[in-house]
Design a protein around this ligand. Sequence first.
Ligand code: SF4
Length: 62
Amino acid sequence: MRVTVDRDVCVSHGQCEYNDPDHFQINDDGDLELDENPPDASRDSVLRAVSACPVRALSAES
Ligand code: SF4
């Protein structure tokens, strides 16, 4: 699957990281780092993270 972030919208407060720390992390500069091609086996946690973003900065497609 493929995950993208709209960096103009992301405010780096980390709800995605809280829900799926294996594929989303806020780095020391406060910027989101993400795995843009997570394995399908991680689909549930990735989609949980995408859904948790309060400003809808994340998109996922199969
Ligand atoms: S939850 Fe949304 S706004 Fe917050 S860091 Fe993740 S992508 Fe950015």
